[in-house]
Design a protein around this ligand. Sequence first.
Ligand code: C5P
Length: 222
Amino acid sequence: MNKINIAIDGPAGAGKSTVAKAVASLLQYVYIDTGAMYRALAWVALKNNIDTQEDWSLSALLQNTNIILEPSSIGNRVFVNQEEVTDAIRSNEVTAAVSDVSAHAGVREQMVKKQQQLAEGKGAVLDGRDIGTTVLPDAELKVYLIASVEERAKRRHDEHVDKGRSSDLETIRRDIQSRDEKDASREISPLIKAEDAIEIDTTQLSAEEVASRVINLAEERI
Ligand code: C5P
């Protein structure tokens, strides 16, 4: 069977990673969480007191940092220089810093190259912000997921509560909005729907319903 690449983009909390994981698992494809790569860099920058506004120091740091995504049943386990940071990169501090880190040209250039290499063999599902526009402009299937900000904040909040983490719905809503604004207004590869992407509004849909729509779209292209 022909293998294709699938790009899943959209704003924070639209269900990208849940859907991408489910689709990858059903098709037996590789799942690549590109946001986790930016989060890993933000984590290591914060740890080393590196200014998140400085492209050159972040780019140099990235050059000397080994970020590995390991496939696992929970999605990707993430390692920075062999230290596992799967949970650490979801902290509030990293979430608050990541959009500044990801806005820099030098950082994005290196990340995009790595992501393209990971998807080289086809059979990959990548989720992020610029997969359909920049990382894989030739992906056979591009999906752009959206949902109301209230629904997205509620999903994140429920996720935190499920994991036993402290969580405040209003703070999450504000964080999501501010991250979206930064991601959509940055100069390089902003969050934007690719012209040939299929938009799905997930506000009223379950993750299973969205995954099954994406699988149907993929099967038409395989
Ligand atoms: O997907 P997630 O919310 O974990 O992504 C964290 C951040 O990483 C985003 O808010 C965005 O700033 C950045 N990102 C990006 N390009 C991608 C994936 C994520 O700029 N392809």
